[in-house]
Design a protein around this ligand. Structure first.
Ligand SMILES: NC(=O)c1ccc[n+]([C@@H]2O[C@H](COP(=O)([O-])OP(=O)(O)OC[C@H]3O[C@@H](n4cnc5c(N)ncnc54)[C@H](OP(=O)(O)O)[C@@H]3O)[C@@H](O)[C@H]2O)c1
Length: 296
């Protein structure tokens, strides 16, 4: 079997178009323009590129956007004061403080200082708790993107055996939580694997849906995958640089061999990656609608 590609770039474009239309409608009917503030400390090239991408997408889709660039040496106190100001700013519905933060900054304290209603990255403990209890308004971006890829590709999640490899707070744990809820687009039986799992392949081999976020290049080989499984590869690993200086990226899945066994698979790049920024935009739109007393 050669798997059907789950085209994240195409699905992300579809959702972006829906967001754009909803922003036009929201402005016309309620005079609300959703606003996103991004905060960056320092000039790490990776973070700069992420934050520029977020700002550019926000503008393209019709959001009000504010970008705050701060010196790397900004103190915890000053950063918290900026967050507090953004919490009170009525033009801003979503606040994103780009991570990783410099070592002298306590990221947990910063995440907890963001108003949970404006916490579009969904790192605030209140929102993490609400995700657990199944009544979250906002879902963390990469996991929400994975769920949308599955739903919009027509994958049956209800009753499926889902195996997640990786238990990080930003991907593994939240995607497991989202898919096991008693909700539409969920209701799966979920297993989480990590480095202390005795036999990872034993679990991955019975997965109807296999989600891999381990950060290990080509770790999942064809013999670890059930015939006909749906495989979502979250991993992004740089394994070298091409002659022209381009980064060579591979996922956590041995794509060439696994695609012959799976029924559907995400490529790297072009699978999960494009969904993350899109879901951040969707969260900002939802936050603006909730702030206006509308249903998200
Ligand atoms: N496309 C996107 O938008 C996006 C977003 C986020 C992350 N990513 C990528 O996804 C990958 C994972 O990132 P992350 O931040 O979620 O995870 P992370 O913090 O790097 O942690 C990796 C997780 O995988 C587990 N793991 C590592 N090797 C394993 C193995 N051999 N067998 C079983 N479990 C193993 C670890 O287990 P322990 O807990 O036991 O150490 C840990 O829970 C990275 O490549 C990252 O770049 C992509």
């Amino acid at each position: 079997m050669t798997a059907k590609l789950i085209n994240g770039a195409e699905i992300a474009l579809q959702i972006r178009e829906e967001i754009k239309q909803e922003i036009i409608r929201l402005k016309a009917t309620h005079n609300v323009v959703p606003g996103l503030a991004t905060v960056l400390l320092g000039s790490d090239p990776g973070s700069l590129s992420y934050i520029s991408g977020k700002e550019k997408t926000a503008k393209e889709l019709g959001f009000y956007s504010e970008r705050i660039d701060l010196p790397e040496a900004t103190s915890q106190k000053d950063l918290l004061a900026i967050v507090d100001k953004l919490n009170k700013n009525q033009k801003i519905h979503g606040i994103l403080v780009q991570e990783p933060l410099p070592k002298h900054i306590n990221a947990n304290e910063v995440n907890s200082a963001i108003d949970p209603k404006k916490d579009v990255d969904v790192f605030h403990p209140v929102n993490v708790g609400r995700l657990m209890t199944g009544d979250a308004d906002l879902l963390p971006c990469t996991p929400a993107g994975i769920q949308q890829l599955l739903i919009r590709s027509g994958v049956k999640i209800d009753g499926a055996e889902v195996v997640v490899v990786g238990r990080s707070n930003i991907v593994g744990k939240p995607i497991a939580n989202i898919l096991l809820q008693k909700n539409k687009g969920a209701n799966a039986t979920v297993t989480l694997c990590h480095t202390h799992t005795l036999d990872v392949a034993f679990h991955t081999r019975y997965a109807d849906i296999l989600i891999v976020a381990a950060g290990r290049p080509k770790y999942i080989t064809a013999d670890m995958v059930k015939e006909g499984a749906v495989v979502i590869d979250v991993g992004v690993n740089q394994i070298g640089t091409s002659k022209s200086g381009k980064r060579i990226l591979v996922g956590d899945v041995d794509f060439e061999n696994v695609k012959e066994k799976a029924s559907m698979i995400t490529p790297v790049p072009g699978g999960v990656g494009p969904m993350t920024i899109t879901m951040l935009m969707l969260n900002t739109l939802k936050a603006a609608k909730l702030a206006a007393g509308l249903t998200a």
